[in-house]
Write a protein that binds this ligand. Structure first.
Ligand code: ADP
Length: 171
């Protein structure tokens, strides 16, 4: 644990399956708070993702390319481990609802136990995005609903294609 950590660098970890406007709002606001923001696309062993890790990284890279102090990286393992690896002192998370709060509260305390030098900082979701989740968007895509209001166009196209492929494989 000898590596120096920088409070001006933050990591924003998540599954991003796929990245949507709520995530992008947190990324944009986070990019104004920190000198460097690393969007860390991870693997959740409890979820079977729609998109591979490489696809999720690539979609995220395409939609944050206008933000010069934002990078996107894939990682495996613990988010605190990745934050330390890149020298970040802060992990950024978004909060939508009180149920998010319960999960995030436990997770942030566990992360603090795992690495007491890394702090989690929360930003509240802006009202227009507070109902958005990747899970809901994947469900809407599978039922052929319109996603354009919630996702950048290229992500929306990729999600609709993936939903169609998955449906075709099931039928
Ligand atoms: P995870 O699998 O860790 O829940 P997600 O990719 O769903 O990862 O989310 C990553 C982070 O973005 C989490 O902190 C989550 O609370 C936050 N987030 C997700 N959706 C929104 C939203 N609509 N507005 C703001 N933050 C959000």
């Amino acid at each position: 644990m000898s590596q120096r950590l920088d409070h001006r660098t933050a990591v924003y970890p998540g599954t991003f399956d796929p990245i949507h406007d709520g995530h992008l709002d947190i990324i944009t606001r986070g990019s104004r708070l920190f000198d460097q923001l690393i969007v860390a696309v991870g693997i959740n062993p409890e979820k079977s993702p729609f998109f591979t890790l490489e696809e999720r990284v690539s979609l995220a890279q395409r939609v944050v390319s206008h933000l010069k102090n934002v990078q996107v990286r894939g990682f495996t393992g613990l988010a605190v481990g990745f934050a330390r690896e890149v020298g970040a002192r802060v992990m950024l998370r978004g909060l939508r609802t009180t149920s998010d709060m319960e999960n995030e509260f436990t997770m942030s305390l566990m992360n603090l136990n795992l690495d007491p030098e890394i702090e989690t900082v929360f930003l509240m979701a802006k009202e227009p995005f507070s109902h958005l989740s990747s899970t809901l968007l994947r469900q809407i895509a599978q039922f052929g609903g319109n996603l354009d209001k919630f996702l950048p166009q290229e992500v929306s196209i990729a999600l609709q294609e993936r939903a169609r492929d998955r449906l075709a494989r099931k039928t």
